[in-house]
Design a protein around this ligand. Structure first.
Ligand code: NAD
Length: 267
């Protein structure tokens, strides 16, 4: 890609060993960013993700391990990344899901989902935003969900965490709205709210709707419930939206929650 507007910038993308996070990391890399990867996985998966990001165009890429359920590990990761390179772009993408009714929801799942999908974003933001303000440019992109805007049954902790991250993002957007300038790009905080995206996260929900049919039958049933376009997004589509938010000319786009959901939340 010729448009290397992120040359000289560094991006940390949480949960970038898979799915949407990896696609965002590759897209930011293609625009010239150095990329700090984070996420769980085998050595092979982590190596493959780092290689993909370098091949996409990152001048440098490194994986920083941290289980985002643990604030102490998040603090250690943020310090390690900062000593590698100041963070200009923070993408809070890591997330997990568990779909059962409230009465059957294991308490450990509630705690883990809130910790990864919401509290981790608070910790990374509180540690990264002051440096961004000092340099006059910074971008926080939180990968929320349509489930931060509307609810579905059986997803209590997921929906609570995604509504929460949108609220958190709005507060941070206000606190940092006046940082930097139009020329430097300012500091913005936004949420992207995808509907269904083709990643491993949704496979259990596809499986639950197969009714003995093919995977495509399961996908069709899932889309028919909520997503009027009847098309899934690709992880790369989310990557393109995240990259646009990092542009200088997006300096006044802050505090938003942008759906990319085939009309789901228009209903
Ligand atoms: P995925 O399962 O492919 O990737 C999740 C990533 O989070 C992986 O890299 C995983 O290692 C990481 N992760 C999980 N637990 C972690 C932990 N304890 N510590 C550190 N990293 C951890 O899922 P995805 O679909 O790419 O989801 C990415 C984000 O997009 C999530 O926040 C999800 O809620 C959101 N989202 C996904 C969809 C969809 O349809 N796939 C729709 C809306 C929103």
């Amino acid at each position: 890609m010729n448009d290397r507007f992120l040359e000289g910038r560094t991006a940390l993308v949480t949960g970038s060993t898979s799915g949407i996070g990896l696609a965002i990391a590759c897209r930011l890399a293609a625009h010239g960013a150095r990329v700090a990867l984070n996420g769980l996985g085998t050595h092979e998966q982590i190596d493959a993700a780092s290689t993909a990001v370098r091949v996409a165009g990152a001048p440098d890429a490194r994986h920083f391990a941290a289980d985002l359920r643990d604030p102490a590990q998040i603090e250690a990761m943020m310090a390690e990344v900062a000593s590698w390179s100041a963070i200009d772009v923070l993408v809070n993408n890591a997330g997990i899901q568990h779909a059962v009714p409230i009465a059957d929801m294991p308490v450990t799942k509630w705690n883990d989902i809130l910790a990864i999908n919401l509290s981790a974003a608070f910790h990374t933001m509180r540690l990264a935003l002051p440096g961004m303000a000092g340099r006059g440019y910074g971008r926080v992109v939180n990968i929320a969900s349509v489930h931060g805007l509307v609810a579905s049954k059986d997803k209590a902790p997921y929906v609570a965490s995604k509504f929460g991250v949108i609220g958190l993002g709005k507060v941070a957007a206000l606190e940092y709205a006046a940082a930097g300038s139009r020329d430097s790009g300012g500091v913005t905080v936004n949420c992207i709210c995808p509907g269904w995206v083709e990643t491993p996260l949704i496979e259990p929900q596809v499986e639950a709707r197969r009714n003995g049919g093919s995977r495509e039958d399961g996908v069709r049933a899932l889309l028919a419930e909520k997503q009027p376009s009847l098309r899934m997004s690709l992880p790369e589509d989310i990557g393109a939206m995240a990259a646009w938010l990092c542009r200088r000319e997006a300096h006044n786009v802050t505090g938003t929650a942008m759906p990319i959901d085939g009309g789901w939340t228009a209903q």
